[in-house]
Design a protein around this ligand. Structure first.
Ligand code: NDP
Length: 483
């Protein structure tokens, strides 16, 4: 493998100092010399989401006495009201396409009907199952759980909503992020991704504010389930940060599927009609009617009222907790991981940060996270996935690049009479032949990209991809046949 220069991706946070790794604190509870432990816990974690649960469990496995406080449900956003239930809704809604296509493959399907309540309740049942599984994991590792809000009262102390105060040698903040609702008249009538999993019925007309991950994933779900969907964005773009050609392709396919887009349209107001529907007014446009208005305009770190000011931690511009590469805050005994630090708002990153924190502080194995080449996906319909530099980013950072692509109609689409085309794009550093970016839209793109991301991260070249024999017939074979 050539010693290719490692390109930087835009997501990587740039630590401005190279701190020495933290050393393992002496266990407050197990010191033989101490009659009474100096602290109630070695570690008090605030927030039992992906990062907090991983950090709690691994720290406990390293021998720490750990407690975790969670004000809602153990599992956090990903499990309770994010990635997991969303993906189940994507699966559920995708049957519409599969059932439609089935006739081309010889299946006779009777009269189709869909019951939102069945899908919703089954999804919520699975959320309960996962919530119980996460709780059991903490229990089996001896992590004490407080199902209430905790706030910081000092460098080594927290206060629970019930009034009890506990001390800890180390505090970890893993409180995640919360949906942002921009200010406009009638904003209180809108829901966010927190409430969408609990809808009492399927709305006929849905308006979604924002054109990022959440907006496009739910636009796809509602559209597949037969709702009329209007996506409204303040700018003229969807999915900022993803490769432009893929964004264009998604826009084109979803418009053909019936999703309406309104760009450069900030919300003016939402008013509730007497019949329970909503009158939506966008700046400079005539009002129109909707049955549901959902806001998906980003998520803000959950730091309000957490008491960080009491320990001198100054928040960043978005309300995030600034941390160094070992997730240390400016207060020596307090660390933070996951969305609350706004490094990369993705579950697998929060989990890695939680693990690295536990290994560093309680496992005598100081380590930080490599934020390069993080694969990500949008579970729109069709889905989109990418790793590394987009064409635009590569041109800016590397100068001389080569772009290869495959614009193809997946075999299953051809047979089913679907005209939607997939698009795979490979960005190569012209100087080294190294693949520095891979971007895909089409059926199963996230599943295919995860495997390909290993090759991209490993620094393989275009020649390495070409030397791999195609697996025929598959969509993934396009990866080794790109011209
Ligand atoms: P995103 O940051 O993806 O998108 C926000 C959208 O809202 C953009 O279209 C943006 O417009 C618009 N917007 C931002 N601020 C305002 C404002 N004040 N007024 C009006 N519009 C605004 O946010 P999401 O809420 O969709 O998702 C939050 C995060 O959750 C994502 O960044 C992602 O990290 C994570 N996530 C990941 C998923 C996955 O991995 N599949 C799935 C869901 C969420 P503009 O075009 O101008 O930027």
């Amino acid at each position: 493998m050539p010693a290719a220069k490692k390109p930087k991706v835009a997501q990587k946070p740039a630590p401005d100092r190279k701190p020495a790794p933290p050393t393992k604190p002496a266990s407050s509870s197990k010191s033989p010399a101490a009659k009474k432990p100096a602290f109630d816990y070695d570690l008090f974690v605030i927030g039992a989401g992906s990062g907090g649960v991983r950090a709690s469990r691994v720290s406990a496995a390293h021998g720490a006495k750990v407690a975790v406080a969670e004000e809602f449900r153990i599992g956090g956003t990903c499990v309770i009201r994010g990635c997991v239930p969303k993906k189940l809704l994507v699966y559920g809604s995708h049957f519409a396409e599969e059932l439609q296509d089935a006739a081309h493959y010889g299946w006779t399907i009777g009269k189709l009907s869909f019951d939102w309540n069945v899908l919703r309740d089954t999804v919520l049942g699975d959320v309960d199952r996962l919530n119980a599984a996460y709780t059991t994991t903490l229990e089996s590792h001896g992590v004490e759980r407080f199902l209430e809000r905790a706030t910081i009262t000092g460098p080594n102390s927290v206060k629970l909503a019930s009034g009890k105060t506990y001390t800890a040698k180390t505090i970890l903040v893993a409180t995640g992020a919360w949906p942002v609702i921009p200010e406009f008249k009638g904003a209180q009538h809108c829901i966010t991704s927190n409430e969408v999993f609990h809808l009492p019925s399927l709305p006929k007309r849905v308006v979604i504010a924002g054109a990022g991950y959440i907006a496009l994933e739910f636009a796809g779900i509602f559209n597949a389930l037969g709702c009329h969907v209007t996506v409204v964005n303040r700018s003229d773009a969807i999915l900022r940060g993803y490769d432009e050609s893929l964004r264009d392709r998604l826009l084109q396919i979803t418009m053909a599927r019936g999703i309406e887009y309104k760009f450069n349209c900030p919300f003016d107001s939402v008013a509730k009609n007497e019949d329970g529907t909503f009158q939506v007014t966008l700046a400079g446009h005539d009002p129109f009617c909707a049955d549901l208005v959902m806001v998906a305009t980003g998520r803000k770190p959950n730091t309000d009222g957490l008491g960080l000011d009491k320990v001198g931690i100054k928040l960043g511009l978005k309300g995030e907790i600034p941390v160094d590469e070992f997730s240390r805050t400016s207060c020596k005994s307090i660390y933070a991981v996951g969305d609350v630090t706004d490094r990369v708002q993705l579950t697998p990153i929060a989990i890695r940060e939680g693990q690295a924190f536990a290994d560093t502080v309680f496992g005598d194995n100081p380590r930080s996270i490599d934020y390069d080449f993080i694969p990500s996906a949008v579970f729109s319909q069709p889905p989109l996935a990418g790793v590394g530099l987009t064409e635009g980013q590569a041109r800016e950072t590397l100068g001389s690049i080569k772009v290869f692509s495959s614009d193809f109609r997946p075999m299953k689409n051809v047979f089913a009479g679907r005209h939607e085309r997939g698009l795979y794009k490979m960005i190569v550093d012209a100087a080294t032949d190294r693949v520095v970016g891979l971007h895909m839209i089409g059926p199963e793109a996230p599943e295919i990209l995860q495997a390909a991301a290993i090759a991209v991260r490993a620094g393989l070249t275009k020649a390495d991809f070409d030397a791999t024999v195609a697996l025929h017939p598959s969509m993934a074979e396009e990866l080794v046949l790109m011209r």
